[in-house]
Ligand binder design. Structure first.
Ligand code: ZN
Length: 156
């Protein structure tokens, strides 16, 4: 049996290439100085851990740094997230998180959503492995909640 550790052995080749590329060379991993958001999320079922740091400048994610350890899917997903959110508004990030949630649930997403997600569509390969959906969503859900709390805190 090969690839058992990653859980990718039955994944579509193209998706697997993207996931493994992000797992091996994660994007935006540098620590962020004086982050506005600094959180750690974990998925005890798999042992995944992700730390997310962000600088928020008037509702825009001006800087992001994401590091972690765990399975290939959790770490690749975090890297794909790190690549997407920089320069995006909190509303755009929220929209993308919603698209990813629906993608992983097997629901249809629009062409426009697919355009926005780009390589992130590779995460849909995880749908075949229900236990891995938690791994794929870990950083997305954590970041979305933290960003909402932050924006609410700034407004109040
Ligand atoms: Zn995992």
């Amino acid at each position: 049996m090969t690839g058992g550790m990653s859980g990718l052995d039955q994944m579509d080749d193209l998706y697997e290439v993207i996931i493994l590329d992000h797992y091996r060379s994660p994007r935006n991993t540098s620590a962020v100085e004086n982050p506005d958001i600094d959180l750690e999320v974990n998925n005890p079922f798999c042992g995944d851990e992700v730390r997310i740091q962000m600088k928020i400048d008037r509702n825009i994610v001006s800087h992001v740094g994401i590091t972690g350890r765990g399975c290939a899917i959790s770490q690749a997903s975090a890297s794909l997230l790190a690549e997407l959110v920089e320069g995006k508004s909190s509303d755009q990030v929220h929209g993308a998180v919603d698209s990813v949630r629906r993608l992983l649930k097997g629901e249809n997403i629009t062409d426009q959503e697919a355009d926005t997600l780009g390589d992130i569509e590779a995460l849909q390969g995880v749908r075949k492995f229900p236990v891995r959906i938690k791994c794929a969503l870990l950083s997305w859900v954590g970041l979305d909640d933290a960003l909402k709390d932050h924006i609410a805190g700034v407004k109040s």
